[in-house]
Ligand binder design. Sequence first.
Ligand SMILES: [Zn+2]
Length: 423
Amino acid sequence: MASTSTAKKFKSDYSESVCGYIHNVSALKTSLRTGYKFFNAEFQVNRDECHDVVVFAVEKRTAFVQANRNQSPVKLDRIARRVSKNGSEYDIHCGTCTAISVVADLGYPFKSPSLKLKTIAEVKTMAPKQNVAAVQVKAVHVGSGSETASINGVPVDMQTCYVADHTSRMKLSLWETQVGALVHNKLYEITNVCTREFEGEFYLTATRFTQFKEVAALSAPAINTPFTVEEGEITVVTGEISGVEVSIRRCCIKCRAWQADFNSKAKFHRCVKCGLLQKILNFLPTVTAKVSVSGDFGEDEFKLCNSVLRHHLEEEGLCNLLLDAQNVEEYLLEMGVCAFKLQKSVVIALSKVELDKVEAEAEPEVLVGEAASLLEGEMESLFEEFAESEVLVAETVLAEANSLLDQQVESSETSLPSESVKH
Ligand SMILES: [Zn+2]
């Protein structure tokens, strides 16, 4: 956080001008808190100096994209400078009053800003709740199961991983559709993660804008010091599901808002938050189940989280069942004997058991799993961060920008990650 004295350095009335080149124009984004739309870009004001730009006037995006594509030198009139959240001196804020015009030669060439790659050691010196543009790391530990928590009645999946580069090692939390995105010992470039501090532990958390790209090599080999995560024993319980309650909730692919009164048999649905009418498939299902299981051990009740159920349905090629909760309930009741893989009393995998294999499967399997199970309170705040983090940059100025916003403008674009990240 910058100090107030730095903040006073900048005028707040959109009266300044700046010349340079536009880079990296983002897709349109929607603030989860206010529903307002905006986009980001970078502005090269010198040979080697770039600043982040936030534009609260979506109709200007075409001009930004064109200036970027044509590598045109431009002048932005009536902008405001704000203290940067990323360590550079300032960010540039544009509103509906901002004008963009092409100017003559700037005296320095158009040069794409390099990705602000940080080492893990550098990340560890940052403040909490800061965006980290990119790290290149090795996945040195991948949690064997996803943890689950109930947040405002909505179950959320989380997975704990550890990543390392040549400087240090750090914990990284993954959420929902990101669970399973990392494979142990593989190398990745991970973009748009967020620093986090909770109860004295400093680590990284993925946001809804985080992307994982596998890379062939790191600039230097990742540290290889002995490293173990104390993990729970995994046991397998077999039995038949005798009672089941499945609930399916859906969130908007555009703004991630949870939907009420969703009719999955309709062709379209209008998002309760962003107001966009969209095809039913644009509302991503999150499925959870409560099951009663009877077996040799007696009777027990388990909760099945989204990643466990989805993973199983994907393996069986039955994702189409997710259109209707009762379809899933009927399928579970007719599964016959199932194996529930448990770690710390949490089901981490579900599979069908062929009857003649029941004996062989019954032997408990001892593997390593996750260490400390997280407090629900932490889950909640982490998930909020997952949902809100990208908006942080914008939130600080939204109040003053609100009056400038044109809420009527709609767009078919989205900056949300696709649902391609899977087990
Ligand atoms: Zn929406």
